[in-house]
Design a protein around this ligand. Structure first.
Ligand code: AOF
Ligand code: ZN
Length: 345
């Protein structure tokens, strides 16, 4: 079961607060459910108290709603289900969530994003036909531009969603000229990067970065202990990766091409939906040049290096009209550093 008792409350919640918890539940299962979406569901009783909270199980398992309803039991009657995705209306690997909500006697359903999967869609209309009040598109931008974006992108395009992660000084350097980079961003930002890695399916770096930095690219806690969920580690490039490279191991894969289009096709065939590109500059530049960056996570340290390894090498725009622009979704302070999240505009 992917149920979260620690998200239950003793006092009534607003829809907004309940949706924040549903997003948290969805985030917790992110990276474990694909090709199914990592949905979060919170069930409120008639008084608004959170009595059920769950996330989607790995593909083939239960969806979020039936688990949250099972947790709530009789207290779901007359209550509200708050879900990050429109409840499915189909008999798939599991019975329809709409029917489970109806059977449990839920009076209202609040959801963030309509299900774009034609097979599962139609839940909203069906629930309303049963006399259940439905609030659609609640907190939609936060969910659709946020943690559910990779799955929504993949549903639409059948291509992996690419997030480019950068960590740099204000003047755009990811490392000093001697390639030392350890302390550009602080401990909080580093902790966030590792937590983020643990929720991705794959991390991609170039052969140049592997040769120069010999990164492990694992997701680790501060203690050095590994997260349960380890992303696949992919190296893109034609140069042979050294047999001694630390990136080698069971989760390792090399895609021998310089063509980003080809790399994307290989990743699509591997079933990848949520991919994080971590550099270096040449690979980041190639993804940007190919128009293949769907979102950016940019960690900025309030510091200057003056020279060093730039975040990206290319694309070389000569005119401002060629600028590659993204739309900011959130800005967050992490210790002394800032994390800017933006999506393709
Ligand atoms: C929900 N709640 O928690 C999830 C939903 O293969 P199946 O039968 O498990 O169905 C997968 C589809 O169901 C998936 O593509 C998406 O449209 C929906 N996922 N729906 O109500 C959930 N994970
Ligand atoms: Zn469902």
């Amino acid at each position: 079961m992917a149920v979260f008792p620690d998200l239950l409350t003793a006092t009534p919640l607003s829809d907004a607060a309940a949706m924040r918890l549903a997003i948290e539940a969805g985030q917790r299962v992110r990276g474990t459910t694909y090709p199914n979406p990592p949905v979060g569901c919170v069930v409120l009783d008639a008084a608004g108290i959170a009595v059920g909270a769950a996330g989607t199980q790995p593909a083939g398992g239960l969806h979020a709603e039936p688990q949250a309803l099972a947790m709530a039991g009789q207290r779901a009657r007359g209550g509200t289900a708050v879900v990050t995705l429109e409840p499915c209306n189909h008999q798939g690997r599991t019975p329809p969530c709409t029917a489970a909500l109806h059977r449990a006697g839920v009076a209202r359903v609040v959801f963030a994003v309509s299900d774009p999967n034609p097979v599962a869609a139609g839940g909203s209309a069906w629930l309303q036909q049963q006399g259940i009040e439905v609030v659609a598109d609640y907190s939609r931008p936060e969910v659709a531009d946020g943690y559910l974006r990779p799955w929504l992108h993949w549903q639409r395009t059948r291509r992996p969603h690419i997030t480019l992660k950068t960590a740099a000084t204000v003047d755009g350097f990811a490392a000093a000229t001697d390639r030392t980079s350890q302390w550009i961003t602080g401990a909080e930002a580093r902790g966030r990067v590792h937590a983020d890695r643990s929720r991705r399916q794959a991390i991609v770096v170039g052969t140049g970065t592997v040769a120069a930095d010999d990164p492990r690219l694992s997701a680790r806690y501060d203690s050095g202990e590994l997260y349960d969920n380890q992303p696949l580690r992919i190296v893109v490039g034609r140069t042979e990766v050294s047999q001694e490279a630390r990136i080698r191991g069971e989760n390792f894969r090399q895609i021998r091409t310089h063509d980003i289009g080809v790399a994307l096709e290989v990743m699509a065939d591997m079933g990848l939906i949520d991919v994080l590109v971590e550099g270096g500059p040449r690979l980041a530049g190639a993804f940007l040049q190919a128009g293949a960056v769907d979102a950016i996570e940019s960690y900025v340290a309030p510091a200057f290096l003056g020279s060093g390894l730039p975040v990206t090498a290319g694309p070389e725009h000569t005119s401002i009209t060629d600028i590659t622009r993204f739309r900011t979704v959130s800005v967050e302070q992490l210790g002394a550093d800032v994390l800017i999240r933006a999506v393709r505009s």
